[in-house]
Design a binder for this molecule. Sequence first.
Ligand code: SF4
Length: 404
Amino acid sequence: MRRPELLLPAGNLEKLRTALLYGADAVYVGVPGLSLRSTSAEMSLGDLATGVSEAHGQRVKVYAALNTFARNTDLEQTRLLIPALIETGVDALILSDPGMIRLIRQIAPQLTLHLSTQANTMNIEAVRFWQDQGIRRIILARELTLREVGEISKAAPGMELEIFIHGAMCMSYSGRCYLSAWRNRKSANQGDCTQPCRWEYLLTEATRPHDPLILEEDERFSYLLSSKDLCLIEYLPDVLAAGITSVKIEGRMKSSYYVTVVTRTYRQALDELTSHKEVYHCNPQWLDELKKISHRGYTTGFAFSKEKITETSPEIKNIQTHEPAGIVLGYDDVHKRILVEIRNYLKAGDVVELLLPRDIVRVNTQRLFNNNGDVVLQAHAGNKIFLDLPCPAPQGALLRKKMK
Ligand code: SF4
């Protein structure tokens, strides 16, 4: 069975390294000023060059997103940016704006171009249109069913197709939305969505402003606009049967912990599926793992039915059972201890797990050591401490603990 590319989000250099450690085949990053995530999920060109070099060292590809809806002023910025981007060695650019595509084809025809999901590609003629424009890969609209994806794949065998298999869904058609601009003066269309669709709202009737409609019995809030998150881990055979080249995880704004769990979980599932297709089944532990990261309940989205908007439900709130405890910085061979940078308050005796690419190991936290080798009872975010561990752990590996 053909092995699809597992494509992970990398909002910064740490997340890129996390994706590499846990088994990504490719990562996508934002570029300052022009991506659809302009606030907190972009990499400087220096970090990008470092990340590309490290990724290529492990035969992992890096794609840079410039998928803004460009205004005239953005075009000049693009002209200036392209030579520097080429220098970083990125494998492809992700674009959505036809003007940007035309411009980049003129000034750097050698660059590989991917078409962003923001371009709303929904049908075979649209795919052929973009093929004529020199696009190598299309990230299809999330609103397509897997059956439609399969039809497109059969009709356009020369085009690489990519689809989302995990992550947040957007209540607007492929992210074209003014809610954030309206509520928060930060526009999704300029790469600045603050996700106000996830906020808590009360629904009131005009003549009874003090009597909000109660839609949930346990809370006086509704989540009318907030979709559950996409998760297709149970349906990977159907996803692969649709003939796609790349399966993509959403979430450049998400944490390193999120990147750790989704990468290692989908890596295991895809490896199992591609090497033992006949006996493959979805391991319940994979779904359990995906429930330990931030999510709003899971849905299959549009994969099996058109226009399926997941109904409001009390579980459409942020759910997360575990949080990062720290990140491994190194290993002390003499004392058999890992050096950990703490990410969330930790005290002696807390139950902590070390996430390895193929394994999860319980870590002894009875003794926390500071830099001088003294035992301490607790550590705060940013502290560096040593923990007993009989065998080395890779740098960048993540430790987690259950949330209270
Ligand atoms: S506010 Fe919500 S619906 Fe609008 S673009 Fe952002 S994520 Fe999508």
